[in-house]
Design a protein around this ligand. Structure first.
Ligand code: ADP
Ligand code: MG
Length: 700
């Protein structure tokens, strides 16, 4: 059996069954509180860390730090040399003086003192493990945390690595350990390998059952390391196998021809006041080639904020439209979708393209007509939000799906819009640059176009850090820019006053309007306003009627107002780096010099400081995203947590990127040699994918 096939519930464990039904019930409830319902769940509940008591750390080293900068845990054989009593009555404590080859120290016990005088008797030797600190008053090295000890003769039971599990409120370390032991004893030997034998041999991986046993109760650090490697590789191997198969399926699809005729694309380019940047030109060339090609396109267009991805998207739409097919452009917010629709109306309607705008907020009658026109083919390009894949929306012939700010959508949503056409071409766009490590896991089946250059004439944005106590200076600076005719954004982490004492957009909009910039119109936008209000506000800001826009991170994506040259982000320490970069990208869109101020709370942490410094050091979204990934992990990168399939068990795509690359090479090589996974050596892979596919609910 593969471990994930052990679907039986915990009460089927021998040893658990001796309990009364009530007791058993209580135990299973406890386990299900941390998400463990079956034996498989239990065995796959990996420890979060391991305490290593195999390495001797003598008393004299008590003050050293481990590699993570934490105080080291002493682990040594020491002899008890004296007992002493301190305090009186309930506060009476027992001091046990010990000595190893390097130093003397004191263990203090405030409970069960009498028992300890007997166990830790004078003259005997013990293995001792705990942290110590120096007590200046007594000149002692004192135990300062949980003391673990075993008789020196019990070395075997003591010198081990101990797993530490994430615990719920109701469950103890011991309960988890004992149940896992039961499960391993009963099922361990029947657990089958999932990595094909030839690969296991190549890397000398432990068999699955051994690896699982070693993860839960390792006997040496080396064995633990080997077990981790095998499990991590296995996760990556299947992830990449699934990605590889998905790619093969796509490439096997046949479809109708859709040759670029260039007529419409060229006419659009002629109408523009500027020409394409090198990056834009290359991107559209690659897209045209894919769309002409024999199988559906799956392409990710990456380009930093302001690099002009929208124009490339419009050109791609024209490719489909001049072949008498339809295109859909989906954006994550109504604000952004509307902006795209307005641009499309301006740029594409003069070419005869029939553009429509569809959101969830449309009136029923208008919507019904629009959907009818989509179905009959009287609309060439539809732009909108999630509404584009509503049940009732039917396209006549959807050839191209474009997803802007794709990381804002979950996989299932991306799949839902794709299902509206017959294997349509897919173009996903992202200004959050996806670090390579993520690109080859999550988006492993995508071809990538990258726009590396910016439209000419842009000046780099000047970025400054400012303490909250210096905010008046920032406000003054903005005031001078406003006097010159510019516009400004002010961004806050909260919409309204909340539990935390943070500035919020609503009160600050009032305050800025009343006290700071009384001579200018100030507008407020956030996600809780209704769409019409949002639209009017943005319109007022775009036209320059409102000179200051106070907002939450709703303005993070896509908003394009070239006359806005100041971006002030308050409580900047609350935002992720990629979000800050996106927000900063709202300015610097015209030819004037732009500024970004990151205002941080006076009491922010060192960690936050390192992050904000990265914003000063780099204007390159790729570097910032890599930094974000390192500091906060993939889940934090704008919206990746929605992608579901990043929930790997043991593996970490950043830390384990070398294994990831290896697994990808191996998985792809296997598929190339044996696409159907029919060779005897690969049968185990087909069996796993058939019987218990990992990431079951994932659509890549
Ligand atoms: P993003 O890649 O962030 O989505 P946009 O598509 O919103 O960027 O483009 C940013 C701005 O740059 C828009 O105002 C757009 O009209 C302008 N732009 C796009 N391409 C060019 C170009 N080749 N030359 C000059 N300006 C351009
Ligand atoms: Mg954009």
């Amino acid at each position: 059996m593969f471990v994930r096939e052990l679907k039986r519930s915990l009460d089927r464990l021998n040893g658990a069954r001796g309990k009364t039904p009530e007791k058993l019930e209580r135990t299973t409830t406890k386990f299900s509180s941390i998400g463990i319902g079956s034996i498989a769940d239990l065995l796959l509940y990996y420890p979060r860390e391991w305490v290593d008591r195999t390495r001797v750390v003598p008393l004299k080293d008590f003050n050293k730090k481990d590699e993570k900068g934490r105080k080291i845990t002493v682990c040594t054989v020491a002899k008890v040399i004296a007992h002493d009593w301190v305090g009186f009555g309930a506060k009476r404590g027992l001091k046990v003086y010990i000595e190893d080859k390097t130093a003397r120290a004191v263990l203090t016990f405030w409970k069960y003192q009498e028992t300890y005088t007997k166990i830790l008797s004078i003259g005997e030797s013990f293995w001792i493990s705990c942290k110590f600190s120096y007590n200046a008053r007594y000149g002692d090295i004192q135990s300062s945390s949980k003391i673990v000890y075993k008789r020196a003769t019990d070395e075997g039971a003591f010198k081990k690595l101990f797993p530490i599990y994430h615990l719920g409120k109701q469950i103890t370390q011991k309960e988890i350990e004992s149940f896992i032991k039961l499960a391993l004893r009963q099922y361990g030997s029947s657990i089958e390998d999932e990595i094909p034998q030839f690969l296991r041999a190549r890397y000398d991986f432990l068999p699955k059952s051994k690896a699982l046993t070693a993860i839960h109760s390792p006997s040496t650090a080396n064995e633990l390391e080997k077990a981790k490697n095998a499990l991590i590789y296995e996760e990556f191997f299947y992830l990449e196998t699934i990605i590889g198969r998905k790619s093969m399926t796509r490439k096997a699809k046949q479809r109708r021809e859709c040759k670029a005729k260039f007529g419409l694309q060229e006419r659009l380019l002629e109408r523009l006041a500027f020409s394409l940047t090198v990056g834009q030109a290359r991107a559209i060339e690659e897209i045209n080639r894919d769309m002409d090609g024999p199988f559906p396109m799956a392409r990710l267009l990456q380009g930093d904020v302001g690099s002009g991805k929208t124009l490339v998207a419009f050109l791609a739409c024209l490719h489909a439209i001049e072949n008498d097919r339809q295109a859909a452009l989906m954006a994550p917010t109504e604000l952004l979708a509307r902006q795209h629709a307005e641009n499309a109306a301006k740029l594409l309607e003069p070419l005869g393209v029939r553009v429509a705008f569809l959101t969830g907020n449309m009136k029923a009658a208008g919507r019904a007509q629009l959907v009818k026109n989509l179905t009959s083919g009287e609309i060439d390009l539809v732009i909108g939000t999630h509404a584009l894949f509503s049940k009732d929306v039917v396209y006549r012939d959807l050839r191209l799906v474009i997803i802007d700010e794709q990381h804002r959508f979950g996989v299932l949503q991306r799949q839902a819009i794709m299902d509206k056409g017959d294997s349509p071409d897919l173009l996903m766009m992202s200004a959050t640059p996806i670090p390579r490590t993520l690109a080859i896991t999550v988006f492993g089946d995508l071809d990538v176009s990258i726009i590396r250059d910016m439209p000419p004439g842009r000046k780099p944005i000047e970025t400054h850090l400012a303490r909250e106590s210096n905010e008046a200076k920032v406000y003054d600076f903005v005031k001078r820019r406003l006097a010159e005719g510019a516009q400004a954004y002010f961004v806050y982490p909260l919409i309204e006053e909340g539990e935390q004492e943070l500035k919020n957009a609503t009160s600050m909009a009032e305050r800025l309007a009343r006290e700071t910039f009384p001579e200018y119109r100030t507008a407020l936008v956030h996600s809780r306003l209704d769409e019409e209000e949002k639209r009017q506000t943005m319109e007022a800001f775009r036209k320059g009627d409102a000179r200051v826009l106070v907002a939450t991170s709703v303005v993070e994506v896509g908003v394009d107002v070239p006359n806005a040259t100041c971006m002030v982000i308050e409580h900047a320490e609350r935002f992720g780096l990629s979000a800050l970069h996106q927000l900063r990208g709202r300015v610097g869109r015209g030819s004037a010099q732009s500024y970004c101020f990151l205002v941080y709370s006076d009491e922010y942490t060192e960690d936050a400081k390192t992050r904000l410094m990265a914003m000063l050091e780099s204007a390159d979204g790729f570097i910032i995203a890599e930094e974000d990934l390192k500091l906060r992990g993939p889940g934090q990168i704008a919206g990746f947590e929605q992608s579901g399939y990043l929930k790997l068990g043991m593996a970490d795509i950043v830390r384990d990127s070398a294994l990831l690359e290896q697994a990808r090479v191996d998985a792809f090589a296997m598929l190339e040699k044996d696409p159907g996974l029919l060779l005897p050596e690969n049968l185990v892979v087909s069996a796993v994918l058939e019987r218990c596919p990992p990431w079951e609910n994932v659509v890549f």
